[in-house]
Write a protein that binds this ligand. Structure first.
Ligand SMILES: O=P(O)(O)OP(=O)(O)OP(=O)(O)OC[C@H]1O[C@@H](n2cnc3c(O)ncnc32)[C@H](O)[C@@H]1O
Ligand SMILES: [Mg+2]
Length: 205
């Protein structure tokens, strides 16, 4: 069975595929948006990661008739009362400008002392499966706690990875290998919870 992985962020898409591929769910072939005809996508205006992930996966399932997985994620910074949160991708006003988003965040936290620089990456992942009477939706959430460092470090990953130091690590998320990130990350933890639903889907043929 083919399952659509709906993300326009190439680096995030790579992570989604890597983690799902490694889970080794027999009978599921993951395909990207580049293999299906373009369809209108609702803007990500939800108040929660869960709402946005559900909307992205529902759009994909409705447009293609395929089961669809999507992620909505972001960084919640304690000293900013949980922001940028669902606005993480466009915090500086330019969607997906990782450098500008990160620079703005570091500026905002300039005077925040080390002991109050806590933050968490959050990922909500949704699986939407078309059925005879609508859609069956499964939404899961993973979190990864850490803190915001003062200077970007590392070239791996994407987004805010160079300024996020996971709990128990001296390195930033951008200094971890792909395997190391997947084993701890918010996205890795969320997707691990989707595996049973995907396995059940695969079993339906
Ligand atoms: O919606 P899609 O097409 O999947 O791609 P996107 O980049 O717009 O993704 P989101 O709407 O979910 O926004 C998530 C943003 O949060 C940040 N983010 C999420 N996960 C991250 C991670 O693992 N490492 C670093 N930054 C991350 C990054 O800035 C992302 O652009
Ligand atoms: Mg987005």
């Amino acid at each position: 069975m083919r399952v659509l992985v709906a993300s326009r962020n190439a680096k995030k898409l790579r992570e989604l595929r890597r983690v799902l591929d490694r889970a080794g769910i027999e009978g599921i072939e993951l395909v990207g948006l580049d293999t299906v005809p373009p369809y209108p996508e609702a803007p990500e205006t939800g108040e929660t990661f869960e709402a946005n992930a559900g909307a992205k996966a529902r759009d994909g399932a409705a447009a293609t008739g395929m089961a669809c997985v999507a992620d909505d994620s972001g960084l919640e910074v304690d000293a900013l009362r949980g922001m940028p949160g669902v606005l993480s991708a466009r915090w500086s006003g330019r969607h997906g400008d990782d450098e500008a988003n990160t620079a703005l965040l570091l500026g905002q936290l300039q005077d925040v002392p080390d002991e109050r620089r806590g933050a968490a990456f959050v990922s909500a992942c949704a699986l939407v499966v078309p059925s005879d009477d609508g859609f069956v939706t499964t939404v899961v959430r993973g979190e990864w706690r850490g803190s915001i460092v003062r200077e970007p470090r590392g070239d791996n990953g994407f987004g805010y990875d160079p300024v996020f130091r996971p709990e128990g690590e001296e390195r930033t998320a951008a200094e971890l290998s792909a395997d190391e990130k997947d084993a701890q990350s918010h996205r890795g933890r969320a997707l691990a919870q989707l595996v049973p639903a995907l396995a059940a889907l695969a079993a339906t043929g």
